[in-house]
Design a protein around this ligand. Structure first.
Ligand SMILES: [Zn+2]
Ligand SMILES: [Zn+2]
Length: 308
């Protein structure tokens, strides 16, 4: 079974609280580790939840507010001090490179590994990563400063063959790979057995959209249509809509409205203001608009396939 899991490392907005860390999520798709945002304390959270951080190959930073990247220098440095040699790809606003270079210049640090920086365009939704299993696109958000979300999609994945089918059609081991990739099986007698009869057809491909930070914006809806899981920030409750608008953030009901209009399967809200210690009212408010809503909670691992 190909993994597609989202682990929440931080879900607080602006400042850490004694119970919540600022934004960071680890996304594991087919054993590729993607870190999305890296608020202060992210490396401690990775340790707390026993995630091997040297396995992270790609880090995506949404924007230059500190609650989304103040943990980055610490994490990059620990990777260096602990002997990392594998390349690390970092994606973020162009100015992020300047900040990192400046810090390493003054500490006279030369990293043991290659840090490969990919500046993100702030005005177009682009394909920024692709391999044989996964694609990642940016999502243009509407925040006080340029901000991009990230859309993760599975690509073609191997089809399933049950033991019963292998026995029924007497399929030799050497043929299994070809069938998993969609090929038909031709028996020794030249009889063709269509792939669908053996595997049941292509596997469903799942998607995950990360949208933080943003005010309510119709343009976001277009970009996250029908994803399996949408993470949308909900910094405030509905009674603070005015404050949300002023600060380019969203309310619980606005996040839920995006979910309704984009026809997503499931919504996860997060990026909670420190003023809310009890999150249950936020959940209930979002669920009053879109019932299939869950809270982002630190340490929780959400399996996208199981959510469907
Ligand atoms: Zn934020
Ligand atoms: Zn922000």
């Amino acid at each position: 079974m190909q993994k597609f899991e989202v682990t929440i490392l931080g879900c607080s907005s602006a400042t850490p609280t004694s119970k919540r860390n600022p934004s960071a999520q680890l996304i594991n798709i087919a054993d590729r580790y993607f870190l999305v945002d890296c608020g202060e304390g992210t490396q401690m959270q990775l340790r707390r939840y026993k995630i091997k951080f040297q396995r992270i190959g790609h880090i995506f930073i949404s924007h230059m507010h500190g609650d989304h990247y103040y943990g980055l220098m610490g994490l990059l440095s620990s990777m260096h001090l602990l002997g990392r040699s594998a390349d690390l790809h970092l994606y973020g606003p162009p100015v992020l490179k300047e900040i990192i270079d400046m810090q390493y210049k003054h500490s006279e640090t030369r990293l043991h590994y290659n840090l490969i920086f990919h500046p993100l365009q702030q005005d177009s939704a682009d394909l920024i990563f692709e391999d044989e299993k996964v694609t990642v696109h940016t999502i243009i958000l509407n925040h006080r400063i340029p901000c991009t979300g990230f859309l993760f999609r599975e690509k073609d994945k191997p089809r399933k063959i049950s033991r019963e089918k292998i026995t029924e059609f007497k399929i030799p081991y050497s043929e299994l790979n070809n069938i998993k990739l969609g090929g038909d099986y031709v028996t020794k007698d030249g009889l063709t057995i269509p792939n669908e009869r053996i595997t049941g057809g292509p596997m469903p491909l799942f998607s995950y959209a990360y949208c933080s930070d943003t005010c309510y914006d119709e343009k976001v809806i277009e970009q996250v249509k029908q994803v399996d899981l949408l993470y949308h920030e909900a910094t405030f409750m509905d009674d603070m809509e005015g404050r949300a608008k002023e600060t380019f953030h969203s309310t619980t009901k606005q996040a839920a409205l995006v979910a309704v209009r984009a026809k997503v399967k499931k919504l996860m809200i997060g990026h909670y203001s420190a003023r809310y210690s009890d999150l249950q009212p936020m959940l209930e408010e979002a669920q009053s608009v879109f019932s299939n809503t869950v809270l982002a909670l630190e340490g929780e691992k959400y399996n996208i396939e199981a959510l469907n």
